[in-house]
Design a protein around this ligand. Sequence first.
Ligand SMILES: Cc1cc2nc3c(=O)[nH]c(=O)nc-3n(C[C@H](O)[C@H](O)[C@H](O)COP(=O)(O)OP(=O)(O)OC[C@H]3O[C@@H](n4cnc5c(N)ncnc54)[C@H](O)[C@@H]3O)c2cc1C
Length: 416
Amino acid sequence: MTDNAVHDIVVVGAGIIGISTALALQAQGRHVLVLDRDDGLKKASEMNAGAFAFTDIVPLATPGIMRKAPKWLLDPLGPLSVPPAYALKIAPWMLRFWRASWPDRYRHSLNAQASLMDASRHALDCQIRETSAEQLFRRDGQLQLYEGEREFRASMDAWQLRKKHGIPFELLETRDAIAAIQPGIDARFTHAGYTPEWMNTCNPASFLKHLAETFLARGGRIEADDVMSVTPGEAFVSLSGRNGETRAANVIVCAGAWSRHLASTVGDSVPLETERGYNTTLADGAFDLRTHLTFGSHGFVVTRINDGIRVGGAVELGGLKLPPNYKRAETLLKKAKSFLPELKTEPGTQWMGFRPSMPDSLPVIDRSPRERRVFYAFGHGHLGLTQAAGTAKLVTELVQGQTPSIDMSAFSARRF
Ligand SMILES: Cc1cc2nc3c(=O)[nH]c(=O)nc-3n(C[C@H](O)[C@H](O)[C@H](O)COP(=O)(O)OP(=O)(O)OC[C@H]3O[C@@H](n4cnc5c(N)ncnc54)[C@H](O)[C@@H]3O)c2cc1C
């Protein structure tokens, strides 16, 4: 149904980025309508691993990554895969990913990521306080596990970088030291890095619901519509949806992995792709998990969701349309069982979701290069939950015409 009113701000997308942005704008006195196509599918913001990974400042495109990639790609159920049907389509993105791994670009992305993480950590503290969300969080730290001395030593550069950026951690070089934090890990894991300040939400779906309910209780509106295009006109920006036209003075595109199409309707081209990820959520009591576990070289994590366990990760560069391959979730679960022998792997619920990913692991947080009244906040890849509150603060500063709290050049929509 067409509504002739011109809304102050329309946010497209009710994921964690869209809802956090809507709340932050509302706090500045703006009137916000959120549109989401609400297709009944569980979105990434509800089903992710629930981790606030502020220590993950190192971009995926690290120097030397392209030497490791072929080994991963040879294993069709390994941590990284490209379905043959999508190989040609993903090639331009891969080329940009490779360029992002050159030392000059890598250093630039790393510094930008560190500053966004710092801003996001502070913004999350405020968001938790202002929305009374503390009961939805756990602060149990994280163990990053290594199989043997060689793998551990190879990770030293990343730990040095964390040290340089003031991130507290402890390196553990014995099985006993690991078991003191998390008993029940297979003996092949001899070394670990422990980040005590790491935090998790008890359940990302509950956190998102809490933020959405807070936004509604403060007078915000969320409506169902599948937005097909965003067209700037003289008097307002027109959003054409399946339910008709919505008019807005300002539009914020926060449509996750689907944002590329909407940006193209404004006239902007952004190299956004999706890294599809998989997980299995196991019943309450599946394992006595005391901290978040990261098995980095196997590309997955084990985390607590309420009283159950979620085992998930993997990267599948397969676009938005190919059907899921749940063998990936099964492979991760089998590995988790061999790393945590007491893990009860049944019953479990499998899920596949879409990480919205830019080649340099940095989101787009910017005004549209084509249209002053349209703003972008998407492309957070593996870190959307972590960076949502920070992103919301930065977009709000842009919309309000304030000087952003950090240098925004690395998040520009024009950078490619
Ligand atoms: C397996 C897995 C584990 C992860 N673990 C973590 C983690 O532990 N920590 C972390 O920080 N991040 C994690 N992530 C990444 C994180 O989930 C994402 O970066 C984040 O959820 C992206 O949020 P979003 O709001 O941009 O997108 P989404 O959650 O995808 O939301 C986008 C919304 O836009 C709507 N939409 C799209 N197009 C339209 C349209 N045309 N019209 C109307 N509505 C539209 C969709 O319906 C959807 O509701 C993980 C991701 C995966 C897949």
